[in-house]
Design a protein around this ligand. Structure first.
Ligand SMILES: Cc1cc2nc3c(=O)[nH]c(=O)nc-3n(C[C@H](O)[C@H](O)[C@H](O)COP(=O)(O)OP(=O)(O)OC[C@H]3O[C@@H](n4cnc5c(N)ncnc54)[C@H](O)[C@@H]3O)c2cc1C
Length: 485
């Protein structure tokens, strides 16, 4: 067998590609094994949410995505009439970016290749064995059988994950009980607003722009919701449902992609089994409501990437990997909860319609709207489980800051150019940030952390920083430790 890799990532979808980028940035030898010989042309996901754009900005990549997407200042919850107002959120990216998944994947793959990642297409993993030192994978490619050995393997191989099954990780949950349809079509008579949702006892229809001349229509039709997820959708079926529910077919023609999808909902029992870890759809699946799966997958990868790199490159204890599940499983649970709630709100009964009106009314209250917008945008994710040792500092530690997500704030320096916090995190290292002129603390977590040192003034106009002397920021933009001024 050839060399032993540090990490083999199985699956070159968005989650696997971003994870590989993060690992390669830290100098980890990583290979992506992807079953498909060619990139997928159809796009399941259409949305990048605020936290995902922040994740990309933490590596200086947001411009590539913004240049090809279309920002919309709102999001939705269960297609309720009152939309979620993203424009008021505390982020540099207060919107949903409409960007087809195929484009997102192409941009991620380009970044991975720039960083020297081997993305091996046409490689299907079929067997996995692990021992104390590493993991062996076997599979088939067009050139015949292949074997790979790596110190760690990450299953980013989607809903039907072979890695999850081969590692013996259970995936409890519920089977499909309802299906819905989508069509990427040209509309001769598109709606006047950029995104619309229609709900009645006849069903629900959502229409959103996808690309120049192409709209996505999503239909939840009670008369068709028991059709098997495997049965192909025809344009006539789509037209009939849309006309019955919306009173028009919007002049639909030229279908690019027609598909049926269901509400199977599951979450992995464990995100780690020894040297095997799971991320993205391999770890959680749900009804795709609110446009979240791809986003949460990229955020899983952001959490795991630096930890895995610290273990394989810097000799951090393997226990650091357990914090991945402790931090991300609650996010997966919340994702399942909110998509189940949305599925319930999308059933076309009289009671549900009344509930929708009540919810829509409630969402007119700015605080409630903001709370849900923060949740769907994933800006409310904070962690409390990371057990890295604290820096040695004379001032009291501020535990309430640990795990908090930092917004991208501009910092002024006495010496050197002004810098935004995220720019200081572009290299993917820890950031030791001191406000004021006192000495920066010593930090010896027992493994050589890669840290950038930065001294700056407190962010202007942000009262919450008033009593903070400095902070140690994790490579994923969450606070590790903060201490008092
Ligand atoms: C209709 C629909 C609409 C959606 N809309 C949105 C949205 O708007 N926003 C959003 O965030 N999410 C959305 N999602 C969810 C989103 O598409 C997924 O969550 C996302 O693709 C998950 O990414 P992933 O990389 O984890 O898995 P995947 O994208 O499934 O990638 C897994 C990869 O692993 C490969 N693979 C599988 N098995 C093997 C093997 N044995 N060996 C090697 N390779 C293997 C596959 O070929 C694939 O490329 C939607 C989903 C659906 C169905």
């Amino acid at each position: 067998m050839a060399e032993v890799l540090d990490v083999a990532v199985v699956g070159g979808g968005p989650t696997g590609l971003w994870l590989a980028c993060e690992l390669a940035l830290a100098g980890v030898r990583v290979q992506v094994l992807e079953r498909r010989a060619e990139p997928v042309r159809e796009s399941r996901a259409l949305t990048l949410h605020p936290r995902t754009l922040e994740v990309l900005a933490l590596r200086g990549l947001e411009g590539r995505f913004l240049a090809q997407g279309r920002p919309l200042p709102t999001g939705h919850f269960a297609m309720l009439d009152t939309r979620l107002d993203f424009s008021v959120l505390d982020t540099r990216f207060p919107y949903t970016l409409f960007l087809p998944q195929a484009v997102t994947e192409a941009l991620l793959e380009a970044r991975a290749r720039e960083l020297g990642v081997d993305v091996l297409r046409g490689h299907t993993v079929e067997a996995l064995r692990q021992d104390d030192e590493g993991v062996e994978l076997e599979g088939t490619s067009s050139a015949g059988a292949f074997q790979v050995r790596a110190r760690f393997v990450v299953g980013a191989d989607g809903a039907r994950s072979a890695v999850r099954r081969l590692a013996g990780i259970a995936f409890p949950g519920t089977d499909v009980t309802r299906t819905a349809m989508l069509g990427d079509v040209t509309l001769g008579e598109p709606p006047s607003q950029p995104a619309i949702g229609i709900s009645s006892t006849r069903g629900g229809v959502m229409v959103v722009p996808m690309a120049p001349g192409v709209h996505r229509i999503v239909i939840s039709d009670p008369l068709r919701e028991h059709v098997s997820v495997r049965e192909p959708v025809t344009l006539e079926e789509l037209r009939e449902s849309v006309t019955r529910i919306a009173g028009t077919d919007f002049g639909m023609k030229d279908p690019r992609w027609l598909s049926r999808f269901g509400n199977e909902t599951r979450i992995a029992d464990r995100y780690r089994e020894g040297r095997v870890l799971l991320a993205g759809d391999a770890a959680h699946i749900h009804f795709p409501a609110g446009g979240q799966g791809l986003n949460v997958g990229l955020q899983d990868a952001m959490n795991l990437g630096w930890k895995l790199a610290a273990v394989v490159k810097d000799g951090a204890p393997e226990a650091l990997l357990d914090s991945y599940m402790r931090e991300r499983r609650p996010v997966g649970d919340a994702l399942i909860r909110n998509t189940l709630a949305q599925t319930a709100l999308m059933s076309a009964t009289q009671e549900t319609l009344a509930l929708r009106e009540v919810m829509s009314d409630l969402l007119r209250a700015p605080d409630l709207n903001r709370k849900l917008a923060n949740a769907i945008g994933a800006l409310d994710v904070g962690y409390s489980s990371l057990e890295v040792p604290a820096p040695q500092v004379d001032a009291p530690l501020l535990p309430e800051w640990s795990g908090r997500r930092l917004s991208d704030l501009d910092l002024t320096q006495d010496e050197g150019a002004d810098i935004a916090i995220y720019a200081a995190l572009h290299p993917g290292r820890w950031l030791m940030l001191g406000f004021g002129s006192g000495p920066l603390p010593r930090w010896e977590p027992g493994w050589p952390p890669r840290a950038t040192l930065l001294r700056a003034h407190r962010p202007v106009g942000r009262a919450e920083f008033r009593d903070v002397g400095g902070m140690l920021v994790r490579p994923d933009g969450h606070v590790g430790w903060a201490w008092a001024a």
